[in-house]
Design a protein around this ligand. Structure first.
Ligand code: UDP
Length: 377
């Protein structure tokens, strides 16, 4: 059998992490051959290179070096670069992950050239039409041939929107695969926790880990202000460790809020995956606006407060592990942080069995080899 070529488009931190699980299997699958394109959306060493190194990924075959600019500008430049690569590589399928501009650009470039698209993490919905992630994920789902869903609820959303059932494959969450595979490598001793213990008195089990990067928070001064105020008050009772996303750092610096925050919290650079897992695993509480970090909190059985108005990962709200704290009123956010400390939820298993990557690869292998003309749109 001639191997079928899969061109993977990734560009942002969570995509490197998700792709690591699938790419490892593709590398071992004789009849599939993967070519990885990095759009350049995240480019700092600690937002990109570290993940390739830590998670055992080969360097990307192509790098588009597209970052910055407005959404339209960034997505448009990616579209141009990805189209050129698709014409040159002539893949049998294009694989995209999640909900970033890189996801949408990859999907759109492919579907216009009649190359079938596989979307990993399909069907998630926040039902917030103003969120750039919601736009990216729902448009990608619309054009994808394979909709690999992480949860039952995601599949139900797709069916309600009219997706044909044979396009939907509930494989589970690839992030769970990665957490199972790499989470065990991380213990309490050594690493970033040792450094934070020495330099800031941060003790395992006795700190709150926070992350903030979503545009709906960072680009709205009142919302960002509410988060900063709540975390600053919370830090009087418990150490708050905040690995600061470069965009959030830039905005806080512009608003003159960085120095006060630095005095109140333990600010650190964005972490590599293994350091982040260590920080998550030994936190007393996680406060975040990240999609991935909400789930990882549960994978490590740490209670979580989500600093958003809504979440697409609703299962953990129902199970009691996660609470929504819309960053509007700092006092309400602070109350929620206090109420969540020490709380536990129900044991649930909405994210599959940790074999999502294997199921994705098997389905692609089967469909691509069964019919090389695979239902091109
Ligand atoms: N992450 C990381 N270092 C950090 C912050 C996050 O490795 O400093 C990881 C985190 O563990 C998770 C992923 O990045 O696996 C989540 O990405 P992010 O929060 O950027 O995006 P989202 O999940 O909201 O799309």
């Amino acid at each position: 059998m001639n191997p079928k070529k899969i061109l993977t488009v990734i560009g942002a931190r969570p995509q490197f992490i998700k792709a690591s699980a699938v790419s490892a299997l593709l590398r071992d699958t004789r009849d599939l051959h993967e070519v990885v394109v990095h759009t350049g959306q995240h480019f700092d060493a600690n937002m990109s290179d570290v993940f390739f190194a830590e998670l055992g990924m080969d360097p990307p075959a192509h790098h588009c070096a597209v970052h910055g600019g407005t959404h339209g500008d960034m997505t448009g430049r990616m579209l141009i670069e990805i189209e050129k690569l698709l014409l040159r590589e002539e893949p049998d399928a294009v694989l995209v992950y999640g909900d970033t501009n890189s996801t949408l650009a990859g999907a759109l470039a492919a579907v216009k050239l009649h190359i079938p698209v596989a979307h990993v993490e399909a069907g998630l919905r926040s039902f917030n039409p103003r969120s750039p992630e919601e736009v990216n994920r729902s448009l990608t789902d619309r054009v994808a041939r394979w909709l690999f869903t992480p949860t039952e609820i995601a599949g139900a959303h797709l069916l309600r929107e009219g997706a044909a059932p044979d396009r939907i494959d509930q494989v589970g969450d690839v992030m769970y695969d990665v957490a199972l595979h790499h989470g065990g490598r991380v213990g309490e001793d050594g690493g970033v926790l040792d450094r934070l213990r020495e330099e800031h008195g941060v003790r395992p089990g006795a700190y709150c880990l926070a992350t903030i990067h979503r545009a709906e928070n960072t680009d709205h001064p009142a919302r960002l202000g509410a988060i900063v105020a709540a975390l600053t008050s919370f830090a009087r009772d418990i150490k708050v460790v905040l690995p600061l996303h470069p965009r959030t750092r830039g905005i806080l610096a512009q608003q003159g809020k960085l120095e006060a925050l630095e005095r109140a919290l333990v600010l650190v650079e964005p972490q590599g995956y293994l350091s982040m897992v260590q920080l998550e695993k030994y936190a007393a509480l996680i406060a975040t606006d990240s999609g991935g970090v909400q789930k990882e909190a549960y994978f490590h059985r740490v209670p979580c407060v989500t600093l958003r108005d809504e979440t697409e990962w609703v299962e953990l709200l129902e199970a009691g592990w996660n609470r929504l704290a819309p960053p509007v009123d700092p006092a309400a956010v602070l109350d929620c942080l206090h109420a969540s400390l020490g709380s536990k939820g129900k044991d649930v298993a909405p994210y599959g069995a940790g074999d999502a990557a294997r199921r994705i690869v098997q389905r692609l292998l089967r469909d691509l080899h069964q019919d090389s003309r695979v239902d091109r749109h």
